[in-house]
Structures are given as structure tokens and as C-alpha cells.
Design a protein around this ligand. Structure first.
Ligand code: NCD
Length: 304
């Protein structure tokens, strides 16, 4: 059997998504029942870009399943500095670990890596491409907060470079969800992502202001402007700080509105939102453990 990679949210069907969400729910309800599921298995973490949540939650998830983690550490202290190719690095790690979690600045890197190894490769973010495991924990959180049926989701900020956005928009297209895309003209969704939404028959509404649709929303998904992806700092400065929400801005919102953010936030969500019932983003990041446990069990097999 070929290994089961997790490369893109666009490849996930509604059944695939629902399977992961219900497995994660079962794990969250009875984590002790899973504490040995991946005993003696090893996960290789290869992060060629900064990460706090994704790297640490994959490590925590693996250890909570009884498995171990080996981490390449920062690019500065690895052989990448000596000019090693990604293909060689993953082939070496294949000799050490049972699955690879890869974050890389190049779009398509996880796909390429998967072609060189016979162990599962999990895409933990490929440039401005995709971030499928983030999306699954986003969906898990949306399900928990407001349900995934017949809802309106506003996605705000850097729709052009935001990989969490590309994955989320694709996955939401599998559900009965109205998508409100809120961005400055220069940061609209890339054409190929938009094309996929149109082909899936998704109701897409575009705005440049949050206020234009806030009252209709069940979920407000804020994102960071991806400074590191801008070819030109002046272009970044022109849009930096474009969207901020404070507790006062949310007074007209639905009572049950859930504010999500993949984090890290820069200035998109004021600290005074944290104390409101709208704040779901820390819960969202904590949900990464159950969801990544479910994914690891899925790709590494529950039994030895
Ligand atoms: C995101 C990422 O790396 O794409 N972070 C994360 O994994 N939670 C979002 C971001 O960096 O803005």
C-alpha cells in the first residue's frame, strides 16, 4: 500500500474531513485510551520556516500517542546550510522516522518530498500554498462553536499569500457554507483557488470592509498579513494593519459569532476581544492536539 500523505486540503472530500473530525472528537473525549497507540513509532519534524504551534502540537500529539519525535531543529544548525537538497534530506529522514512533518517556504515542497519517500509526508505549510492540518483544526473548532451546516464564514486579511486561507476556503467548499472574502484589492485570493471555489458552486461574497458583512457572520476568521511573502516591503507597508477588530467593533455581531485566527496574531485582534465569548482562537490552537493525534493515528496506523 502506498503511504497516506496529507498534502493539500483541496484533496479532502467531505467524508475524509468528517472522519478526521469524529476521530479527533473521540480522542478529546477519552485521550487515555490512545496513550499507547503509536508506541515505538517516531515522527520526524522538518521545519524550514519558523513555527511554534504546528511544530510543538505535532510533537505533543505524537508523544500523547506514546510515540517519539526527532526534530531537525533550525535550518541554521542543519545540513541545509551545507547545501543539501530537500530530496536528499527527506530520504535521510526516511531512514530514521516513520513519518515526516514538513514545513517549507516553497509552494509544492511537501508534494515533491512525498515523491522521494515511502513514508507518509504531512504538509505543515508550503510557502503560500496549503496548510491542511491547520484547516482540519479550524473546521473542528467551527463545528464545536457553531456547527458546520448552513453558516456564513468571513475570511479576512491576506487571502493572496495566506496558506491557511487557501486550505480553509477549499475545505469549506465541501459544506453548505457562505464564504465572505474580505481583503484589500491587492490581497485577493489567487485565481486557481478562486476557480476551484467557483467550480464547486460556492456562494462567494467579496468585500473590502469587515463591516459590510459582520452582522451576517457566524464565524470571523482573521489572518495575519504574511509579511515574509511580499516581494517588496513597501507593498507590505501599504496593507499592514488593514484589518483590526476590537471588542467594540463586535457589538453589532451575532451573539454566537466565533472569532478564529490561526495565530500568531500581530495586531488583527485587539487584546480586549480575548475576554469576550467571541474569542475562540486559543481554544482553536489547543484543538490542534486532538486533531493532529487523529491524523497521526490515521497515517501511521493505530496498531503496530
Ligand atoms: C500559520 C502559518 O504558518 O501559515 N500559522 C500556523 O501554523 N498556525 C499562520 C501564519 O503564520 O500567519
Amino acid at each position: 500500500m502506498p503511504p497516506e500523505h496529507i498534502l493539500s486540503a483541496s484533496a479532502l472530500t467531505r467524508d475524509d474531513i468528517e472522519e478526521v473530525l469524529s476521530a479527533a472528537e473521540a480522542i478529546a473525549a477519552a485521550p487515555a485510551a490512545h496513550q499507547d497507540r503509536l508506541a515505538h513509532r517516531l515522527l520526524g519534524l522538518l521545519f524550514f520556516e519558523p513555527s511554534t504551534r504546528t511544530r510543538m502540537s505535532f510533537a505533543a500529539a505524537m508523544q500523547r500517542l506514546g510515540g517519539g519525535v526527532i526534530d531537525m531543529g533550525s535550518v541554521d544548525t542543519s545540513s541545509v546550510q551545507k547545501g543539501e537538497s530537500l530530496a536528499d534530506t527527506v530520504r535521510v529522514i526516511e531512514g530514521y522516522a516513520d513519518a515526516i512533518v514538513l514545513r517549507h517556504p516553497s509552494e509544492g515542497a511537501a508534494q515533491v518530498a512525498s515523491e522521494f519517500v515511502d513514508i507518509p509526508v504531512i504538509n505543515a505549510g508550503d510557502g503560500a500554498g496549503q496548510h491542511p492540518t491547520q484547516t482540519l483544526l479550524d473546521l473542528y473548532t467551527i463545528e464545536e462553536a457553531v456547527g458546520l451546516e448552513d453558516i456564513a464564514v468571513g475570511i479576512v486579511g491576506d487571502l493572496k499569500y495566506g496558506r491557511t486561507v487557501h486550505s480553509l476556503a477549499a475545505a469549506l467548499s465541501r459544506f453548505d457554507v457562505d464564504q465572505h472574502l474580505i481583503a484589500p484589492p491587492s490581497l485577493q485570493l489567487p485565481d486557481h483557488v478562486r476557480y476551484d471555489l467557483d467550480s464547486a458552486g460556492v456562494q462567494v461574497h467579496e468585500h473590502t470592509d469587515i463591516e459590510a458583512c459582520l452582522e451576517e457572520l457566524d464565524v470571523l476568521y482573521m489572518t495575519r498579513i504574511q509579511r515574509e511573502r511580499f516581494p517588496d516591503e513597501a507593498e507590505y507597508r501599504a496593507v499592514a494593519g488593514a484589518y483590526r477588530v476590537s471588542a467594540a467593533d463586535l457589538t453589532g455581531a451575532r451573539e454566537h459569532l466565533a472569532v478564529l485566527h490561526p495565530l500568531p496574531r500581530v495586531d488583527e485582534i485587539a487584546a480586549d476581544v480575548d475576554a469576550t465569548p467571541h474569542a475562540w482562537y486559543f481554544r482553536q490552537s489547543a484543538n490542534g492536539i486532538a486533531v493532529r493525534m487523529a491524523l497521526l493515528e490515521q497515517v501511521l496506523g493505530g496498531s503496530r
